[in-house]
Design a protein around this ligand. Structure first.
Ligand code: FBP
Length: 545
């Protein structure tokens, strides 16, 4: 394989580890835990893995361990740093016994079920250290939830003599990891299951998990691009740029990019919902900012839009909830894609039908079509940026005729998502991910199952990071998915009383009116620490640093 100079230099980077993981460890246990909601139901569903304590690794005695084999799965959307989780895990198990082996299941959880795997040797691992992407073994979105999938899994795990399986995934994949851990524990199969918090969306976080990996690099990559657009915008002074950002339901990515770049407008879906704003209210809010800038002769600007926005407009949220139930009904399973729209129209309430019919056809179509395997609307396919700019243009036209708008309005559209998911990990993600993987090997060696690998205090220097594990059941509650109530990890949305949003809200009027763009520039790996090792603004504000 030919490599760029940066790739060659970066391959030599040795990620940092928390001090506690540099030598032998022992697990210090906290008090028993409870799930974040629906305690009785979750306890009944997870009798073997419920209530376990949070653990922290501290210095311990050296132990002689026999060689053991571990399997690893990359699940769901790519996130920068996945390869470092795997290299950390590899180095971790080898440090416990050099004859231990790591097997990767190919293309996500489906690889476990279909028995597609490869051994990850040091030659292979070395090719992927500190690189972006999930291409070492590939990823996939197969949902692990059926007993026959778990049974197919155990066949290959036994054949390869695998002691523990590490599932690197987001909230949905870690929910599946928890279900699998419980099943194998109940059956006394002797295979441990450990999760790792991955997703660029940043919505897998809570008191124990500071951030999901990949969020840092993805936001920095998008912020570089937004900064470049803002320079262009401020140079030509003739366009409004409507920029949709990935992130599924939560607006963490949009908020972080706003904190980094100071755009004129950034919409936050969670606020739109809390204020019960209609689509027209959102459009009016943007149009007013455009009109105000036009009064000063500034016919340009930037608008950041979280990709899940549409799901948070209360009327559309209600429509989606009913569509989810209709699409999950047994009748819906036998209809073809071309009949799907007519089918849903016939089966939803009159109120929701009116909302459905009021939407532009392309948006309505996407809401009525297939969900992803976890039951999510595929929001990345909805062109909200074009929808909003067209509606703003129509409103400004009206205002122009009424003498309320004096400027010009021309829009450009962008969607940043896939551009950031496989970027080479920032120093933060390279270190954080390596530590998460290495730490997973310690959870395995300590016999843990149903735990997620955690590393905390990450705004401090790596030596002061705290490593341990949190029981996955602790993060669960019951939610409606695919027409049924299911135990799932609670998604972390943007908190409107949290420090990152409050800071944004205190500055946004000024950013809207004036031109106060910040240009973050590309991720830097080598150089002064304040340039190379900054955590996200979200994390710094959350931790008040
Ligand atoms: P995960 O939740 O699996 O981490 O997905 C992240 C994500 O990038 C979302 O932001 C986006 O909506 C989705 O994946 C797109 O999915 P796909 O890769 O299947 O197009």
């Amino acid at each position: 394989m030919e490599k760029s100079y940066l790739q060659i230099a970066r391959a030599a980077y040795q990620p940092k580890l928390p001090k506690a993981l540099l030598g032998p460890v022992k697990a210090q246990e906290g008090a028993p835990t409870q799930s974040v909601g629906n305690q009785e139901e979750i306890k009944a569903l997870f009798p073997n893995t419920y209530g376990m304590p949070v653990i922290e690794f501290v210095e311990g005695e050296k132990q002689e361990l026999p060689p053991f084999n571990v399997g690893v799965i990359l699940s769901g959307g790519q996130a920068p740093g996945g390869h470092n989780v795997i290299s950390g895990l590899f180095d971790g198990i080898k440090s416990l016994n050099a004859d231990s082996k790591l097997y990767g299941f190919i293309l996500g959880p489906g690889g476990l079920v279909d028995h597609k795997y490869m051994e990850l040797t040091s030659d292979i691992i070395d090719e992927y250290r500190n690189t972006g992407g999930f291409d070492i073994i590939g990823s996939g979105r197969t949902k692990l939830e059926e007993v026959d999938q778990f049974e197919k899994g155990i066949e290959i795990l036994r054949e390869l003599n695998i002691k523990a399986l590490v599932i690197i995934g987001g909230d949905d994949s870690n929910t599946n990891a928890c279900v699998l851990a419980e099943y194998y524990a109940a059956k006394k199969y002797g295979v441990q299951v450990i999760g790792c918090p991955k997703t660029i969306d940043g919505d897998l976080k809570n008191e124990q998990i500071e951030t999901s990996f990949g969020f840092d690099t993805a936001c920095k990559t998008y912020s570089e691009l937004i900064g470049n657009i803002q320079r262009d915008c401020n140079s030509a002074r003739k366009y409004w740029h409507f920029i949709k950002l990935m992130g599924r339901s939560a607006s963490h990515i949009a908020l972080e990019c706003a904190l980094q770049c100071q755009p004129n407008i950034c919409l936050i879906s969670e606020e739109v919902e809390a204020k019960a704003m209609s689509l027209d209210d959102v459009v009016t809010y943007i149009a007013q900012a455009v009109a105000k800038r036009a009064e000063q002769g500034n016919n340009y600007g930037t608008v950041l839009i979280p990709e899940g926005l549409i799901e948070f407009i209360p009327a559309i949220k209600k429509l989606i909830a009913e569509l989810n139930d209709v699409l999950a009904s047994p009748e819906a399973q036998n209809i073809g894609r071309s009949e799907q729209i007519d089918f849903v129209k016939q089966h939803i309430s009159a109120e929701n039908l009116a909302v459905f019919n009021s939407l532009p056809t392309s948006v309505a179509r996407q809401l009525a079509l297939d969900r992803d395997p976890h039951g999510n609307v595929q929001v990345s396919l909805i062109e909200t940026e074009k929808l909003l700019s067209a509606m703003v243009a129509a409103k400004l036209d009206k205002w122009k005729k009424a003498g309320k708008f004096v400027g010009k309005f021309a829009a450009q559209h962008h969607f940043f998502g896939y551009e950031g998911r496989c970027a080479a990990p920032s120093n933060y993600d390279a270190d954080y991910c390596y530590a998460l993987g290495f730490n997973a090997s310690r959870l395995i060696a300590n016999g843990k199952t149903g735990y997620m690998s955690i590393v905390k205090n990450t705004t401090a220097p790596a030596a002061e990071w705290i490593a341990g594990g949190v029981p996955i059941t602790m993060m669960m509650n019951m939610e409606r998915r695919n027409g049924k109530n299911k135990p799932v990890i609670r998604k972390a949305l943007v908190e409107l009383d949290g420090a990152p949003f409050k800071y944004f809200a205190s500055r946004r009027d000024e950013w809207a009116e004036k031109t106060m763009y910040v240009y973050p520039g590309p991720i830097q790996y080598f150089g002064p620490t304040e340039v190379c090792d900054q955590p996200t603004c979200t994390l710094k504000l959350e931790q008040a640093k």
